[in-house]
Design a protein around this ligand. Structure first.
Ligand code: MAN
Length: 349
């Protein structure tokens, strides 16, 4: 059952609300923001996806070349070597490319509805070959020693997870790839358990296994081990094809509460929840049988890639209320609230 209370101003941000950052490009999609609080404001670290204005009969998109400069690749839509059946990724002569280039762009708000840019806090672009197809879907963990950003790094050789550390978003430290390919949907816990850091991540094991949620521990947030699979896809259900963690889990009296996404074979993305043992998050206490949120609003059903609700950013408004920000149809940004009590009551132990 859908128990999300959608904001009446949804969508709160659309591609036309911002100007492209990359010269000559337009913004195609705003997606899946990380969320944090700074200087009394709510900040979204948007995934902004850009590409050139499309010409009739062609498909063109930007990549970073070997010199780190933007280069536009153009293919003929009729070219028999081209498979462009997915709006997000194309295949040309066996090589995959993304149809847009994503980077992370901060916007802030005093009311969580009207968002604007602050010239002091700059966008974060991919850097180096392993981010040459862009960076995506950033989780921001707010911890006692600063902000830790985990995001997808995309390149011709891999999809992996990168880590950036910052205290103020003015200077950032790039720590490189912390989970090797194929991996994404990494969310760090915001506090230690015992003397270890914890993270969710989503490796893909196509031959045996699948796209499942794992938990891992680390002494320093850079080196990860003791990997345990905590949630698989479930045949015949709404999350039968892939699952992945959302933002950092919320600590409740009953356990760590994690909102995750699940997709079916038709790429319909819904949200569900997991409840994990407070002392050992590799122990699953309960899980959603049915989604807690489904793409049902118009802006969630149609867009760049329709039938998608996807979240990787949230904060606690009060003891019982989680406010999530989410990408709808891979195109616009929305917000919604959940009652923690209602989520917990909906889970199957
Ligand atoms: C999938 C989708 C895309 C994304 C790529 C690379 O195809 O999630 O939106 O760009 O993976 O991460």
């Amino acid at each position: 059952m859908d128990i999300a209370k959608r904001n009446e101003n949804n969508p709160i941000l659309r591609p036309s609300d911002l100007k492209a950052c990359i010269p000559g490009m337009e913004i195609t999609c705003l997606l899946n923001p990380g969320v944090f609080k700074l200087n009394g404001k709510t900040w979204l670290l948007l995934r902004v996806a850009e590409r050139p204005v499309q010409q009739e009969g062609k498909i063109s998109f930007p990549i970073y070349n070997d010199n780190g400069e933007i280069e536009v690749l153009t293919f003929d839509k009729n070219d028999p070597s081209l498979d462009a059946s997915d709006a997000r990724v194309i295949n040309y002569k066996g090589q995959n490319y993304l149809t847009t280039l994503s980077y992370l762009r901060p916007v802030c708000s005093d009311d969580d509805v009207h968002f604007y840019e602050d010239p002091q806090i700059k966008p974060i672009f991919g850097a180096g070959f392993q981010e040459s197809f862009g960076i995506e879907d950033c989780r921001v963990a707010t911890t006692e020693d600063g902000f830790f950003l985990t995001f997808t790094e995309v390149s011709p050789v891999a999809v992996g997870v990168g880590l950036i550390e910052t205290k103020d978003f003015k200077t950032i430290t790039r720590h490189g790839m912390i989970f090797p390919p194929h991996n994404k949907d990494c969310a760090l816990f915001e506090e230690k358990i015992g003397d270890k850091y914890y993270a969710f991540h989503r490796p893909s094991s196509p031959e045996l296994g699948g796209n499942y949620i794992w938990v891992a521990e680390s002494p320093d947030r850079i080196h990860w081990g003791k990997h345990v699979c905590i949630a698989t896809t479930r045949p015949g259900k709404w999350d039968c094809t892939r699952v992945g963690a959302g933002a950092a889990p919320i600590k409740t009296s009953e356990g760590w509460l994690e909102i995750y996404h699940g997709a079916n074979a038709e790429n319909r993305y819904c949200l569900g929840a997991l409840l994990l043992d407070l002392n050992d998050p590799a122990k699953v206490i309960a899980r959603s049988e049915e989604p807690i949120m489904e793409p049902i609003a118009d802006y969630e059903k149609t867009g760049f890639f329709g039938n998608v609700v996807f979240t990787n950013g949230q904060y606690l408004v009060d003891d019982d209320t989680i406010r999530i920000f989410y990408g709808a149809s891979d195109e616009v940004i929305c917000s919604a609230e959940f009652s923690i009590k209602e989520i917990l009551a909906s889970l199957k132990k």
